[in-house]
Design a protein around this ligand. Structure first.
Ligand code: PMP
Length: 365
């Protein structure tokens, strides 16, 4: 089926997937790898699926240049499942951890961690801003330092990886992973649920350094234990086969695009266009300080709450979907993940311009 007109889906997640990925999934739905059944109908323990997992790991290792001393796990429970179980996995020998709170998700991650350890907030605990580095109070004896490179709700991003000395860095890369090149060796553990950059809900990617696998608290549930999952090839409980398959299609798509360096250039160009337009509009505002602006999630506001609501409604009718801002933060938010083509940003800017001209007089500015 062909849609009558172009739809651009700016959803923060589950987010848009490339059309070619959806079409490939459609074409392989009834018959995966010539087995005559769908990938959602086979056991994760079959040799077919185990071979598929081996190939998927190899693709991820290649795209992100993951060093050999890191395990690649595919787990359930979303990013929330990961940040809730990370303290259980890493505080077994040393109960102290540092958290950089910069937004909604790092704040919840820290709250979860306080259930299990002695948690120290390095920043000012106010979501929506990044405390300048000079004011951070890092511990010298923490088991890890947790941060979120891209806070999807607030559209707030770190310009670089925090310096933590020998303390392993744990990063929630849910909205960030595969959007740009990263030096995996700078991290102890990286995790991301798949539904923004690498597929659909149901599976999360965890990349963890070998030496962190023996730090778990004895109460860590089997299904959340990274060491056990690493030994069991992520199959301690039944793998979400279909979601993992979609992740694999996304890896092929990323390779076809030329890898993360190419995607990063495209992503930076897309978001720069949008920020430049917002900044010169004298109508729309993005509240984030330049240095910390996300190139993935771009929140913006028109002059009034009423106009924000009107914008979202009218944009939706024009095929610019799911632009509503995060919960009570309000306003609009355009999520520009890898799959969003530059033509989507152009269409959004054209609509924003038109909306601005039609509504400037009613906006009290
Ligand atoms: N961390 C970040 C940065 C997110 O954007 C999200 C989801 N929006 C989460 C964590 C929570 O992810 P999940 O719903 O998969 O638990």
């Amino acid at each position: 089926m062909k849609l009558d007109r172009k739809i651009y889906n700016f959803s923060p997640g589950p987010a848009m997937l490339p059309e070619s990925v959806l079409r490939r999934a459609q074409s392989e739905l009834l018959n995966w790898k010539g087995l005559g059944v769908s990938v959602m109908e086979i056991s994760d323990l079959t040799r077919f699926f185990q071979e598929f997992l081996k190939d998927l790991r190899a693709k991820i290792r290649k795209i992100l240049s993951v060093p050999e001393n890191y395990q690649i796990l595919f787990l359930t429970g979303g990013a929330t499942g990961q940040f809730s179980s990370i303290p259980l996995n890493l505080l077994g020998k040393n109960p102290r951890a540092d958290y950089l709170v910069t937004g909604w998700f790092s704040k919840i991650a820290m709250q979860e961690a306080t259930k299990y350890g002695k948690i120290h907030c390095v920043t000012n605990e106010r979501p929506g801003q990044i405390t300048p580095k000079e004011e951070w109070k890092l511990s010298t004896d923490a088991a890890y330092l947790f941060y979120c490179p891209n806070e999807s709700a607030q559209g707030l991003a770190f310009p670089d990886i925090p310096e933590s000395g020998s303390i392993p860095i744990v990063a929630d890369m849910t909205s960030y992973i595969f959007s740009s090149s990263i030096d995996v060796s700078r991290f102890g553990l990286i995790f991301a649920s798949a539904q923004k950059q690498i597929g659909q809900t149901g599976v999360s990617l965890v990349i963890v350094r070998d030496d962190l696998l023996d730090q778990a608290c004895p109460i860590t549930p089997l299904v959340w234990n990274y060491n056990t999952q690493a030994k069991e090839n992520s199959c301690v409980n039944t793998m979400p086969t279909y979601a993992t398959y979609i992740m694999d299609l996304m890896m092929d798509w990323i390779l076809e695009q030329g890898g993360v360096e190419v995607l990063e250039k495209k992503n930076r160009r897309k978001s720069k266009k949008l920020y430049d337009f917002i900044d010169q509009s004298n109508f729309y505002v993005n509240p984030v300080q330049d240095t910390y602006r996300s190139f993935i999630n771009v929140p913006f506001f028109s002059p009034t709450k009423e106009l924000n609501e009107k914008f979202i409604e009218e944009a939706d009718r024009e095929g610019l979907k799911f632009l509503k801002g995060f919960l009570d933060l309000g306003g609009m938010r355009a999520s520009l993940y890898n799959a969003m083509p530059e033509s989507g940003v152009d269409a959004l800017i054209a609509f924003m311009e038109d909306f601005m001209h039609r509504n400037r007089s009613s906006s009290k500015i």
